[in-house]
Design a protein around this ligand. Sequence first.
Ligand SMILES: Nc1ncnc2c1ncn2[C@@H]1O[C@H](COP(=O)(O)OP(=O)(O)OP(=O)(O)O)[C@@H](O)[C@H]1O
Ligand SMILES: [Mg+2]
Length: 385
Amino acid sequence: MGAEQSGVRAYAGAMGRVRLGILGGGQLGRMLALAAHELGVQTRCWDQREDAVAGHVGGLHVDDFERPARLDAFLRGVDVVTTEWENVPVALLEEIERRGVPVRPGSLALRVAQDRVLEKNLARSLGIPTPAFVAARTLGELEGAVREVGLPCVVKTRRFGYDGKGQVVVRKAEEVAACWGALGATAGGLIAEGFVPFARELSIIAARGVDGQTRFYPLVCNEHAGGILRVSTSPAEGVSEGVRARAEEYAGGVLGALEYVGVLAIELFEVGGELVFNEIAPRVHNSGHWTIDASATSQFENHVRAVLGLPLGDAGMVAPGVHAGMVNLIGSMPDARQVLRIAGAKLHDYAKEARAGRKLGHVNVLAGSRGELMERIGQVRGLLR
Ligand SMILES: Nc1ncnc2c1ncn2[C@@H]1O[C@H](COP(=O)(O)OP(=O)(O)OP(=O)(O)O)[C@@H](O)[C@H]1O
Ligand SMILES: [Mg+2]
């Protein structure tokens, strides 16, 4: 065992400090680590890449997820394990659970969230409205599935989709064969979903503690372009008390059914004043990044609190009447000086290497009214290429 590792153990032993292991070391792991360190919690992120940006702010363990060579070493250095990447192999989570190290949220939540059919079945079983959906494993099944859900529809890979990748909108029956050509080879099969003519996209960020207590953040309104989240604002404008209560009821149902511990996000479509389930993210979520600057307790801190068995914090705004927004920085970074000159703007730079389509950072924006928020968000967007 290296000196560094024994140092971590000696520190943990002497100070009685809890050490948090995080599977995944991207920006979500980085922001979880920042929140954990404020609570005196040491972190060790496990990533498959040496340049993972969570390694800048805490310990980094580099190993393969499918065939780990140093699982023992990782587990010796941590007391609780959580995930920031939803595609961590379920078999790895089960192995960690088998070895008696708490995994929060547990393997069940990841198993369900990794498969669009399982997560929609869960929603349906809880009485949460979903688009019509049918699974397909062959071209013939896909043709049948598209007939059943109707046109237009969205065909997606059941597994491994993100940022709109692995999905095709099908508008005519003649397009099904080309869609199968594009996606059919994906392991795990496909799902055809009815196209939801939504008025807007909302999400709810929720937290559940080891003792079952829950917290819900104000509803978030999300704007996507090119399949990638661009802007989130919260509280979402004009949400009725009924819609807010329903979103919390849906989130509470999912949290309970999965015996979930930690922060979870549910992406929803708002259509005709109703909420339709899209998907769950079993982790802190991009549409909750504004909570770092605008909430009494950020999603990252509440996730850390939850998985360590600590009391959850207030998920309300830092002050009454605060309006919050988040602008993703994708592909290239704006000039930091210009961002920082904007009133109410807070820059979060993940220190990643720039690459087309890559999430490199975000700007949180705080304001005293919806109008002021949208004006400030407009200023930030004006700096983006
Ligand atoms: N059934 C649908 N009807 C209409 N639009 C849809 C439907 N499914 C997905 N979309 C659109 O495509 C976007 C991405 O879909 P989805 O959230 O399922 O995929 P994803 O790749 O997991 O996305 P992300 O990683 O950004 O959350 C949605 O936010 C929405 O704008
Ligand atoms: Mg999504």
